[in-house]
Design a protein around this ligand. Structure first.
Ligand code: NAP
Length: 408
């Protein structure tokens, strides 16, 4: 497959033979929330998987611990200042070590049967592309890769015969219920959103919410950046853009509904009125297991749904006044060209500044919208165009942030 999620589904029949040897897994971003959940599944299925490569950014202590436990062929720390510590801790272990972003891409490029793309942000683009360019099967958690370079990534997938399997819980849900062989029969995709920690807070209080409050997601435990994106609902905007690349549906037919319980992970409606949904408890080990075992299924330790005690599943329309990020992301998708790249880059900078206490919560989306509005649209024909648009948007957003008052 894939190819993409689309093609992956169509080809699943070709791959029903169990592997004679364990699947060798490379985990890009192994020290993060998704990376650790992936390793948890690998540890529980030691006969089925082995680790080929692990990469981290700065958390060298956890990377060392993981490398000593899983014994990959290759362990990489992106921040070169931690190389000496990694090297000395793994001396004599048989694990080859390296540092720097080129080495992270090298970890993706080296042979493995399956690559987990779980780096956060646009930093994940080039390593993910490196895996795609060798025709790898890639589990994609790193949605920013598709947001900032979707056309180039999809073209590379087609050119190199790679397979992209969605890991984001919403896209995994759609992947499981979208009949790719009858795509024209799909009337719409409905992405569910929990609404995050500020769904019901008084709008007047939003200006003073703290990073600690923003990362305290009611249903999911995730890394800091995606948690803040969930609080602004930019995460859902990024997911609409991600879905527009993964599934053959016009972007206008990708909708969002608030579903605070996070039990239905997304839905597909067909032209006959049938709606197929995927349900489960909010535990990323389920969608990771779907992608890891694809096209088979594997056991995951996620808590089971207890329908008798579940109570009500509720839905409401998103409040675009409270969550302008959804509107801004949709506009960027509609504009196309470099707009999603600018959106993503400005958002990464603004979220980073908010987490460091430099700006207020409501400034995040304001800065993203102003950055988008101030930059001209231009096509992205190459990776260097993407890099240039990303760098210019970061610089533009940083200038705007510097002019803002600091939170009290
Ligand atoms: N967490 C979830 O439940 C969830 C659900 C759906 C989708 N996703 C997506 O999955 C991706 C990862 O999310 P997460 O929550 O796992 O994030 P996270 O906990 O922050 O982990 C990010 C990982 O990427 C590494 N990393 C960060 N910056 C890097 C850089 N510049 N170069 C190389 N490596 C870098 C980190 O290394 P260090 O630990 O050394 O910093 C860590 O291993 C994101 O794109 C997110 O949107 C996450």
């Amino acid at each position: 497959m894939a190819m993409s999620a689309q093609a992956a589904q169509g080809r699943s029949h070709d791959r029903r033979m169990p592997l004679a040897r364990p699947k060798r897994i490379a985990v890009l971003g192994s020290t993060g929330s998704i990376g650790c959940s992936t390793l948890d599944l690998v540890a529980r299925n030691a006969e089925r998987f082995e680790i080929a490569a692990l990469t981290a950014h700065r958390n060298v202590k956890l990377l060392i611990e993981q490398a000593l436990r899983f014994r990959p062929a290759f362990a990489v720390i992106a921040d070169e200042s931690h190389y000496a510590e990694l090297k000395s801790a793994l001396a004599g272990s048989g694990v080859e070590v390296a540092a720097g972003m080129d080495a992270v891409a090298d970890a993706a490029r080296r042979p493995s049967d399956w690559v987990m793309a779980a780096i956060v942000g646009a930093a994940g683009l080039e390593p993910t592309l490196a895996a795609i360019e060798r025709g790898a099967v890639v589990g994609l958690a790193n949605k920013e890769t598709l947001v900032c370079a979707g056309d180039l990534v999809m073209a590379a997938i087609a050119r190199h015969g790679a397979t992209l399997l969605p890991v984001d819980s919403e896209h995994s849900a759609i992947f499981q219920v979208f009949d790719m062989e009858r795509a024209p029969a799909v009337a719409r995709i409905v992405l569910t959103a929990s609404g995050g920690p500020f769904r019901t807070i008084e709008p007047s209080q939003l200006h003073s919410v703290t990073p600690a409050q923003a990362v305290a997601h009611p249903n999911w435990t995730m890394g800091a950046k995606i948690s803040v994106d969930s609080a602004t609902m930019m995460n859902k905007g990024l997911e609409v853009i991600e879905a527009s690349y993964l599934f053959p549906v016009e972007k206008e037919r990708i909708e969002v509904v608030i579903h605070p319980q996070s039990v239905i992970h997304s839905m597909v409606e067909y032209v006959d009125g049938s709606v197929l949904a995927q349900l489960g408890t909010p535990d990323m080990r389920t969608p990771i297991a779907v992608a890891l075992a694809w096209p088979e299924r594997m056991a995951a330790p996620s808590k089971r749904l207890d329908f008798a005690t579940l109570g009500a599943l509720t839905f409401e329309a998103p409040d675009f006044g409270r969550f302008p990020a959804l509107r801004v992301a949709r506009e960027a998708l509609q504009s196309g060209a470099n707009a999603p790249t600018i959106l993503n880059a400005a958002n990464e900078v603004a979220v980073g500044a908010f987490l460091e206490g430099h700006i207020r919560f409501l400034d995040i989306v304001r800065v993203v919208e102003e950055t988008l509005g101030s930059m001209a649209r231009a096509p992205l024909l190459s990776l260097s165009d993407v890099r240039a648009a990303d760098a210019a948007a970061r610089e533009n957003a940083r200038r705007r942030l510097a002019a803002l008052p600091r939170p009290a």
